[in-house]
Design a binder for this molecule. Structure first.
Ligand code: F6P
Length: 365
């Protein structure tokens, strides 16, 4: 008899731990005699291409991948079933809804359940597909930790570790030259990575999107630190940070099907705004995609593995329309709809903000 099939995919920006989830899904599924796992390459795009790009996943395929960064299934933050780019004769693009085609292809492949591993955008697509009748489970991933309804997403702690190592290294060069070093980190509209790395690394200023910064206060803090401290200063700035009354530094992408704004460059903007106000030489370092690359730390491997096992259990319980969620110390599930209702900002009255202020980190306000 033909086995029942789980279709798994990874969507959105890659993040350390994706392979550990895939491996856990395959290993847990193989404990069920009548189920098997198929992977779609580049999120739903593999399924929607002609010929389809799908692969059978077994324990041999996923052996040892939990320690590897990236995703063996590839990923994309372009296209998708509701926004499929079609090239016009004049070279421009139109976008079409291919949901019905997707449903037909799932049927053709004999898919009984879909597991979508992704961030906010992927969960939004998952919810829309669920409303169209597709039996889907969500697994939250993102280095940004900006998904609500889960205490943490895997990948986030690894990126904090990488950003912290950057602060550590910048401190020794800043101290040697008596410089101000500005470190720009990722995180989109949330300051989780920036604030955590600032605390872990011992930065002097942390500028996050949730707290618009007052440039004069930031300059005063740096001057005080340079004059009365050890002669150098470290600022960690999240890519979505903005001055009071200003907006985030971003640009549009010219890639067909890419719907996000590209954030980045606020570190240089800060340098321009501050260089005449401080009595210290300054340099900027943009950490960029280094924060997403490479091996997940052990914490994220464990979380990702827990998420993979739970996703299969939700499939077996037919708990479709749900997303795996970590609620310390348990791995539970929540309706995908509730997970995308709210964006997970750093709350101003949170312990993390309180702690940063408690050790004297200026938040620019
Ligand atoms: O969402 C993860 C993230 O790395 C953000 O922190 C960043 O703004 C964005 O993705 C970058 O995306 P891309 O892969 O398109 O450069």
């Amino acid at each position: 008899m033909a086995k029942k099939r789980i279709l798994v995919m990874t969507g959105g920006g890659d993040c350390p731990g994706l392979n550990a989830v895939i491996r856990a899904i395959v290993r847990r599924t193989e404990q069920e005699e009548d189920w098997e796992v198929i992977g779609s390459i580049e999120a739903f795009n593999g399924l929607l291409r002609d010929p389809m790009e799908v692969v059978l996943l077994d324990s041999k395929t996923v052996s040892g991948i939990h320690i590897r960064g990236g995703t063996i299934l590839k990923t994309t933050n372009k296209g998708g079933p509701f926004h499929w780019p079609v090239k016009n004769a004049d070279g421009s693009f139109s976008y079409i809804d291919r949901c019905d085609d997707l449903i037909a292809r799932l049927e053709k492949l004999g898919i009984n359940a879909v597991v979508s591993i992704g961030g906010e955008g992927s969960m939004d697509i998952a919810q829309r597909l669920f409303e169209k009748g597709i039996p889907i489970i969500g697994v939250p991933k993102t280095i940004d930790n900006d998904l609500s309804s889960t205490d943490l997403t895997f990948g986030y702690q690894t990126s904090v570790q990488i950003a912290t190592e950057a602060v550590d290294r910048l401190i020794t060069t800043a101290a040697s030259h008596n410089r101000l070093m500005i470190l720009e980190v990722m995180g989109r509209d949330a300051g989780w990575i920036g604030l955590s790395a600032a605390i872990a690394g011992g930065a002097h200023v942390a500028l996050i999107p949730e707290i618009p910064y007052d440039i004069d206060k930031v300059a005063a803090e740096i001057n005080d630190r340079v004059e009365n401290g050890r002669g150098f200063a470290i600022v960690v700035i999240s890519e979505g940070a903005k001055p009071v009354g200003g907006i985030a530094t971003s640009r549009d992408s010219n890639q067909p099907g890419y719907q996000n704004k590209i954030l980045g460059g606020v570190g240089h903007r800060l340098l321009e705004e501050i260089q005449d106000k401080v009595d210290v030489e300054a340099r900027v370092m943009i950490l960029g995609h280094l924060q997403r690359g490479g091996s997940p730390i052990a914490y994220d491997r464990v979380l990702a593995t827990q998420f993979g096992v739970k996703a299969v259990e939700l499939v077996l319980e037919s708990k479709f329309g749900h997303m795996v969620s970590y609620r310390h110390p348990n791995v539970v599930s929540v309706p995908i709809a509730s997970a995308i209702e709210e964006y997970n900002y750093v709350k101003l009255d949170s312990a993390l903000v309180h702690t940063a202020r408690g050790v004297g980190i200026s938040l620019g306000d």
